[in-house]
Design a protein around this ligand. Structure first.
Ligand code: C5P
Length: 230
C-alpha cells in the first residue's frame, strides 16, 4: 500500500492548454490542483505593491516566503485567489503579470522560498500539479509526468483569442497578435534559458504536441495516461 498521495505533474510553456487540462483532470479525478504559476505571479504582484524592484533577489525571496495567499474554489469551478485578503484572480492573469512572474521566477532564492509551499499541496486523494518544473524539481517522484508543447504561433493565437474574448466584454483589446508572439518568445527564452529549474521535460515525461489538437483530444490523451487512478 502506497502511503504517499499520488501526483500528476503537468509541465510546458504557456498557451499549450495546460491550465484547462489541469482543471479538467482535477475535477475528473476529484484531486487537488496546484497552479504553481499563480505563486510566481502573486510574488511579482506583492513585490510591485511593496514598491520593491523585481530584480532584488533576497527581498523578492522574502516576499515569496511571506506571501499571504488564499486559494478557494470559485463559483465557476475555477480558483479564487486572494492576496492579503484582496481578490486578485483577474489582476494576476494579465500579460504584464505573466512577464513580471517570469522575471522573479528566474531568481533561485525565490524558487527555493516557494518550494515547500508547493509540496504542501500534496494531499490525499492526490494532486494535479501545473507548472514548468513540477516533474523535474518540485515533484521528481511524481507518479505520472506529462509535458505539453505547441507551435509558438499557435500558442500566441490561442492567447489572443482568450484575451479578446475577455476584453470584448470590457471593450478594451489593446494588444496585437504580433506583440503577443514577441512576448511569448521572450518569456520562452527566459524560462528555458535560466539556470534555476529551466523549462525542460523530465526524462520520464510523456510529451504531447497540442498544436493540432482540440481541448477534448488533449483531455482524452491525459485520461488514458491517468488510467490507473480512475
Ligand atoms: O503558468 P503561468 O503562465 O501562470 O506562469 C507564469 C510564469 O511563472 C512563467 O512564465 C514562468 O516563468 C514562471 N513559472 C515557473 N515555474 C513554475 C510555474 C511558473 O518558473 N512552476
Amino acid at each position: 500500500m502506497n502511503q504517499r498521495p499520488p501526483v500528476i505533474a503537468v509541465d510546458g510553456p504557456s498557451g499549450v492548454g495546460k491550465g484547462t487540462l489541469c482543471q479538467w483532470l482535477a475535477t475528473e479525478l476529484g484531486w487537488r490542483l496546484l497552479d504553481s504559476g499563480a505563486l510566481y505571479r502573486l510574488t511579482a504582484l506583492a513585490t510591485q505593491r511593496r514598491n520593491l524592484p523585481l530584480t532584488d533577489e533576497s527581498r523578492v525571496a522574502t516576499v515569496a516566503a511571506e506571501l499571504n495567499v488564499e486559494f478557494t474554489a470559485g463559483t465557476d469551478g475555477g480558483l479564487r485567489i486572494a492576496l492579503d485578503g484582496e481578490e486578485v484572480s483577474a489582476a494576476i492573469r494579465s500579460e504584464a503579470a505573466g512577464n513580471a512572474a517570469s522575471q522573479v521566477a528566474a531568481l533561485p532564492q525565490v524558487r527555493a522560498a516557494l518550494l515547500q509551499r508547493q509540496r504542501n499541496f500534496r494531499q490525499f486523494p492526490g494532486l494535479i500539479a501545473d507548472g514548468r518544473d513540477m516533474g523535474t524539481v518540485v515533484f521528481p517522484d511524481a507518479e505520472l509526468k506529462l509535458f505539453l508543447i505547441a507551435d509558438p504561433g499557435e500558442r500566441a493565437r490561442r492567447r489572443y483569442t482568450q484575451l479578446s474574448e475577455k476584453n470584448l466584454s470590457e471593450n478594451k483589446m489593446n494588444v496585437s497578435l504580433a506583440a503577443l508572439e514577441r512576448e511569448i518568445a521572450e518569456r520562452d527564452a527566459r524560462d528555458v534559458g535560466r539556470a534555476a529549474a529551466p523549462l525542460t521535460p523530465a526524462t520520464d515525461a510523456k510529451i504531447l504536441d497540442t498544436t493540432y489538437l482540440s481541448i477534448a483530444q488533449v483531455c482524452e490523451w491525459a485520461r488514458q495516461q491517468a488510467r490507473p487512478w480512475r
